[in-house]
Design a protein around this ligand. Structure first.
Ligand code: PMP
Length: 399
């Protein structure tokens, strides 16, 4: 079936023709592609056109598409039945792999999306501190729960909307917004709201305004400020977790958050989230404690199998590969002189002069068989499957 026919049918069914806003390509123009399949670093649309994929499904595919051992693990899990509405060994194995790699996550709860994980971590922080206010950063994206849609990055930023309709003012007022990489701003918020801030939630590498690495000392300042004022520090590592380093951004920058929010890679491409951290805090989560949280499909065997197979392959040489291909793409794009490139490992953004220029770059790449994220504010994701030849093709297409 032709792509335009499929789009027509999708538009009749889904608001804007999509099930997540950025997929509509409003910021770059043109019809969005309808995808059919993927293998390694490549994807094919419904009309059989091949692209080098730098969207990477917005983060989860650290190994690329249809990694054979991930596919086999999912197939085995599917044949074994479930979910069971009961604990399985697969959950325990994935949980152990996460805590081993990220020792600050002493205890965790598996959920079904990053949104859910962040929302639950904030509820826990409020319960643990007996305080209501949360500090987030401008352009920080932590999913689409009511309190986090204040000055959010990702889709809201792409669409140019400062928040969302339908969020009660009483809820939005509980969220304070600071400028990223500006610890003085955070300190001022603590001074203006003594004893009222439960937590600071931050993407340790901002990746929903395009990629913005933390300024030297910024994360350490957040650690000091939260500790000094009796608030919790929450790292949202939905994007950075198991991508920027084996132990995530908390390992890379050597900062210990109280709570960590995870998603994407730990599900190997299937729907997932997790929140975890200090055992004394996690013991407040139901049924161990009074903070309610639950999920019919949480810890789903297929997701656990995909996550385990993915983390198993993410060995130190794979991180070296991710760094190498990331650096090659950064250098190649920088050489063209078209953009200022920001990068942490396999996560990068070429910042164009404005959004129209980004749209032009996106169109040029698409025409030459490279699919980049359809917004200046979504990070480019490379995977272990990207080879030098793929990177060189991206650079040639951008030239
Ligand atoms: N936190 C961050 C840092 C994210 O980038 C995202 C999604 N891109 C989320 C939370 C929400 O995750 P999900 O889309 O799985 O709900």
């Amino acid at each position: 079936m032709s792509q335009s026919d499929l789009l027509e049918r999708a538009r009749r069914l889904f608001p804007g023709g999509v099930n997540s806003p950025v997929r509509a390509y409003l910021a770059v123009g043109g019809d969005p592609p309808v995808m059919a399949r993927g293998s390694g670093a490549h994807i094919w649309d419904a009309e059989g056109r091949r692209y080098v994929d730098v969207v990477g499904a917005f983060g989860p595919l650290a190994l690329g598409h249809a990694e054979p051992s991930v596919v086999a693990a999912i197939q085995r899990a599917a044949a074994a039945g479930g979910p069971f509405g009961a604990t399985t060994e697969a959950e325990i194995r994935l949980g152990e792999m996460i805590t081993e790699r990220m020792p600050r996550v002493e205890r965790l709860r598996l959920v079904n999306s990053g949104t859910e994980a962040a929302m639950s971590a904030l509820r826990l922080a409020r319960a643990a501190t007996g305080r209501e206010l949360i500090v987030k950063f401008q352009g920080g994206y932590h999913g689409h729960s009511d309190s986090m849609l204040v000055k959010a990055g990702s889709g809201p930023l792409t669409l140019g909307i400062p928040g969302s309709a339908g969020v009660p003012q009483a809820v939005a007022r509980q969220t304070l917004v600071a400028a990223y990489n500006d610890p003085d701003h955070v300190e001022a918020l603590f001074k203006a709201n003594p004893g009222r801030i439960a937590a600071v939630i931050v993407e340790p590498v901002a990746a929903n305004v395009g990629v913005v690495p933390p300024a030297p000392g910024f994360l350490a300042a957040l650690r000091d400020l939260t500790s000094a004022h009796g608030a919790l520090l929450i790292f949202d590592e939905v994007i950075t977790g198991f991508r920027v380093a084996r132990g995530g951004a908390q390992e890379l920058y050597g900062i210990a958050p109280d709570l960590t929010v995870l998603g994407k890679i730990i599900g190997g491409g299937l729907p997932v989230g997790a929140f975890g951290g200090r055992a004394d805090l996690m013991n407040l989560v139901s049924p161990a404690g009074p903070v309610y949280q639950a999920g019919t499909l949480s810890g789903h065997p297929l997701v656990m199998a995909a996550g385990e197979a993915t983390l198993k392959l993410l060995s130190p040489p794979v991180y070296e590969h991710l760094e190498r291909v990331g650096a090659r793409l950064e250098a190649g794009l920088a050489r063209l002189g078209v953009a200022r490139v920001e990068r942490v490992g396999s996560l990068l953004t070429p910042f164009m002069r404005d959004e129209a220029e980004y749209a032009a770059l996106h169109g040029r790449l698409r025409q030459r068989g490279v699919l980049a994220p359809p917004s200046q504010f979504e990070a480019w994701f490379l995977s272990a499957a990207h080879q030098d030849s793929d990177i060189d093709l991206i650079i040639e297409a951008a030239a």
